[in-house]
Design a protein around this ligand. Sequence first.
Ligand code: FAD
Length: 418
Amino acid sequence: MKSIAVIGGGITGVTTAYALARRGLHVTLFERHRYPAMETSFANGGQLSASNAEVWNSWGTVFKGLTSMLRSDAPLLVNPTPGWHKLSWFAEFLAAIPRYESNTIAGARMAIAAREHLFGWAREEGIDFDQRQEGILHIYRDKARFDHAARVSTLLAQGGLTQRAVTPQEMRAIEPTLAGRFYGGFYTESDSTGDIHKFTVGLAQAAQARGVALACGVDVRRLDAGEDGARVLYTRDGIEEAQRFDALVVCAGTASRKIAAMLGDRVNVYPVKGYSITVMLEDAASRAAAPTVSLLDDASKLVCSRLGANRFRVAGTAEFNGFNRDIRAERIAPLVNWVQQCFPGVSTRQAVPWAGLRPMMPDLMPRVGPGKRPGVFYNTGHGHLGWTMAAATAELIAGQLQQALAPASPRRRAPLAA
Ligand SMILES: Cc1cc2nc3c(=O)[nH]c(=O)nc-3n(C[C@H](O)[C@H](O)[C@H](O)COP(=O)(O)OP(=O)(O)OC[C@H]3O[C@@H](n4cnc5c(N)ncnc54)[C@H](O)[C@@H]3O)c2cc1C
């Protein structure tokens, strides 16, 4: 049986390992933490949102980035200290602006394709991840932003997504707990939410039951690949070990750039920091005052999801500040304030803060496909939509690998696009 190493135990690595195991391949999943889903796949916004597939590559985003650089509470923040990684990423970001429309359409298509796999796997494996299928409501406070959303909606429709424009009255009927004055909204009934950490841990257990070797607490230090297969060198409890595989898949989140460089590939993932708070709904009044429908507030760029009866997650902000993982009080405060403004009956006494780094490619499209060397594959760089898209890209990469490893096939197909 062909053996495959998957590097990284976040949502992309675990879905990849699982999709490969379903195809009868022998998989070892390497994860440096003691458990899966302890980095970016830990406490994100929870949205499975085809409706958020708009890529950020536009002059509007560039303008917002420049004007918000001096405000520490702005949703988008760029540390102006230059560095090659950041500069090269922004240059490629600008170069992808002409592909804004086609990438937005492709993203919507991928997000829709992911639903079928994710929900099917959860059903089949009996994974409880606080899934809620009540749609996602995007809310707009002025006409300009609403009109922009209407233009985006036509692109999403080309990707197969159905949304409907709603009036402030209809918004209140959809989510009665929402307070404030709004110009209008867009409601996507087919979108949903769930806890990424719970799902990833549940799927990792299901993968194990299907024969995947879960190597947690194992730090991959060096990778190599050639005609005789792939070699993974790692440390476990400080001791160096090495293992040979027929192929490997890099799903290492923000570490994918460094790992790709070891394999002679360029995968320019940048760590785009975001924050979340998980509000514990401890009393009945808070539970009644918290929304059940998931929201995206376009002005503040915040999303929220109800996770089970007792938890309410709010997440957002994008910070270009390297690998810094500090949880900064002035970045958490706008999230707490937003809850107080939009859901005044919710107590924020117990709000657990978190920060994570989105592994983002400059064109906001994940890298899914083979590398330059034989037996090397990537499924990484899902940016702000890793939870939404992972099941689709895992299926895609598993299919490519299965084909590449089939006895009569060449081991790799087209080289990875730069
Ligand atoms: C605030 C915030 C809100 C978000 N909200 C949403 C949302 O609502 N919907 C949505 O779709 N997406 C959302 N996202 C994005 C989504 O969470 C990410 O795209 C996704 O979690 C990335 O998964 P990953 O597997 O690529 O990376 P990770 O989850 O970071 O996994 C990579 C793993 O690789 C491991 N690793 C790295 N290097 C090594 C090594 N050398 N050896 C062993 N292991 C290694 C790491 O330890 C890590 O566990 C949000 C992100 C943030 C930060």
